[in-house]
Design a protein around this ligand. Structure first.
Ligand code: C2E
Ligand code: MG
Ligand code: MG
Length: 559
């Protein structure tokens, strides 16, 4: 028999511990164990059902905080229905050989146990609230948990020196298409878990939605975290055999030390800006925020806001840069390059193309260019001029468009331009999925008699697969790949240049060398049997009238 004072002290401690914040599980368990011993209990089990229906079906969770392994008979069975209609059932067991309990003892136990049940259901509710408040529907920590993390760290003066970040997974739409949505979800989750583990208990990663995440971690774990950012194999089957490489486009803001956060915006604005800039670059190194980017952001907004109207007003002009046959000096083609004529100023493509590539605006611009080029060629043909093939740049952003081919043909046919006058320039891609799209598009154009060129070959991830597996007509070798002169024959890049040209010729590709600026370079090209050059040495990109003058002249002076 437990005396009344002992009971009162249990009651008091129980009430205190179950209302304590933060909840201290250890002292709670200690108290439970002590009570169970005092009351000679063998076991206590609590079952929790979200709804009465789930109770009927036996679908609930059960907890057991004490069990000495000798449970035999049920002493008490308490069932409570909470305000939210959840059901909580507590069962207390005694051992086999024991004296009968007094009525008073059972009443004491009943009271204590109801407090425990009330507490358990309250905790469940709190956990649920935490889940709703701090996790999204897929079980990822959400922005609110990041905000809470920042608040707590800020109040404890621990933010200074931390690294905060925003990232988007690179090509995740493609990953989903490649391995299926369900596997994509698995990959996303495992990548997130991998990062959380690398960041340790002092770091946090939260999902903003889709494949966008934010978070913070300590400098000590930077190396490992950066490694995962730059690309990590993630398995999407149980055996861990099927893997896909996942990388992130990361913007980081290194918090100064000391650092006091006044609002979340102090951090969010910066990591978002750096993140956007990371998305625009191909390299997998995180982009570090700096104040210059703020300006850039205003510029991005402006371009995006003005683009539609500018397109309607035909503010974009086609400039033509001649391509010249190196042997004969004959004009053999041109590349159409876009210029934005804005309040009489000429805005170069680098100032707006990357921005238009942030969404699909670029696709509309490319079709605008194609449309204007076709109209010009049609006119040249009608005027009896010697029209040349013109290449138009098409952004990678088009590749996922299943109707791309039809759309191109429609524009060309609308102007009744023979297909061989049109060439589409595409750049190489970095992922397998895009590679397949690229191949599909190039083969389709090929069948229609439209020429295709791989642009900027030699920078980035040029792979030989690209020219071996896709039936291009033209290889455009980037200016950075062209040797400055013929002096150092043993120089590795000179050798590579030679071999790439040989290879291209072997498989029947026409080679256009971009960025030819000097007579020395032209000489190198001659010695390597290159066919066609495009560059300032011959002409800069020219406005229409100047280019038409070149068409009529046909041969470059000096030949
Ligand atoms: P790109 O397609 O590789 O075009 C060649 C770029 O090299 C052009 O720059 C051209 O002016 C420049 N260039 C030509 N010869 C020389 C030279 O001798 N020396 C040097 N240093 N540069 C030379 P631009 O016109 O500024 O265009 C830059 C890039 O913008 C283009 O690179 C292309 O990727 C993109 N772009 C331009 N117009 C369009 C367009 O209508 N659609 C799309 N999607 N992209 C475009
Ligand atoms: Mg080009
Ligand atoms: Mg190029």
């Amino acid at each position: 028999m437990v005396d009344i004072e002992r009971y009162n002290s249990f009651l008091e401690r129980l009430v205190r511990i179950t209302h304590e914040e933060p909840y201290n599980r250890n002292s709670y368990l200690e108290l439970i164990t002590e009570m169970c011993k005092e009351y000679r209990l063998a076991k206590g089990v609590t079952r929790f059902y979200q709804t009465p229906m789930m109770e009927t079906r036996g679908l609930g969770d059960s907890f057991c905080d004490f069990d000495n392994g000798k449970a035999e008979k049920i002493l008490l069975n308490i069932r409570i229905e909470t305000q939210t209609k959840a059901i909580i059932v507590g069962t207390v067991y005694g051992e086999a050989e024991e004296e009968e309990r007094t009525e008073e003892e059972l009443v004491q136990l009943d009271t204590l146990y109801r407090i425990i049940l009330g507490f358990v259901s309250r905790r469940r509710l709190l956990n649920k609230l935490e889940e709703f408040g701090f996790y999204d529907l897929d079980g990822y920590r959400n922005f609110r948990s990041f905000a809470r993390f920042l608040d707590i760290a800020n109040s404890e003066n621990r933010l200074g020196g931390m690294i905060t970040f925003h990232f988007d997974l690179r090509n995740f739409t493609m990953v989903n298409r490649e391995i299926g949505r369900a596997n994509g979800d698995t990959v996303l989750r495992r990548y997130y878990d991998m990062l959380q583990e690398a960041m340790g208990s002092n770091g946090i990663i939260s999902r903003l939605g889709g494949d966008k995440f934010v978070g913070a971690f300590d400098r000590e774990v930077k190396r490992r975290v950066y490694e995962i950012f730059s690309g990590a194999p993630v398995a999407y089957d149980d055996a861990g055999e099927k893997k896909i490489n996942v990388a992130a486009a990361v913007g980081v803001y290194m918090l100064p030390n000391p650092f006091m956060m006044k609002s979340y915006g102090d951090i969010m604005d910066k990591i978002m800006i750096a993140g956007e800039s990371a998305k625009r670059q191909a390299s997998s190194v995180p982009v570090i925020y700096d104040d210059k980017m703020k300006m850039a952001k205003a510029h991005v907004k402006q371009v995006q806001n003005e683009f539609r109207a500018a397109l309607e007003n035909e503010e974009f002009a086609v400039y033509y840069q001649p391509k010249v046959d190196i042997e004969t000096g004959k004009l053999v083609g041109a590349e159409a390059l876009c210029r934005w004529i804005k309040e009489r100023e000429i805005v170069p493509p680098m100032d707006f193309i990357p921005i238009l590539e942030m969404n699909t605006d670029i696709c509309d611009l490319d079709f605008y260019m194609l449309d204007h080029v076709c109209a010009d060629i049609r006119r040249w043909l009608d005027q009896g001029r010697e029209a040349v093939r013109v290449s138009v740049n098409f952004s990678r952003k088009h590749l996922v468009d299943i109707d791309l081919l039809d759309k191109i043909i429609r524009v060309v046919d609308k102007h009744k331009v023979p297909h061989e006058y049109i060439e589409i320039e595409l750049t190489e891609t970095t992922t397998d999925v895009l590679f397949r799209d690229l191949k599909r598009v190039v083969c389709g154009l090929q069948e229609q008699g439209i020429w295709t060129a791989v642009d900027d070959f030699g920078i980035g991830y040029s792979s030989l697969n690209l020219i071996r597996d896709i039936p291009w007509n033209v290889l455009k070798v980037d200016k950075s790949f062209v040797p400055k002169n013929n002096e150092d024959q043993d120089n590795i890049s000179n050798k590579m240049f030679k071999h790439v040209i040989m290879l291209a010729h072997d498989i029947g590709l026409e080679c256009v060398i971009e960025g030819v600026e000097s007579i020395d370079q032209l000489e190198v090209l001659r010695q390597n049997n290159c066919n066609i050059a495009q560059g300032y040495f011959f002409d800069r990109p020219l406005p229409l009238e100047d280019f038409e003058e070149r068409i009529d002249r046909k041969i470059y002076p000096g030949y």
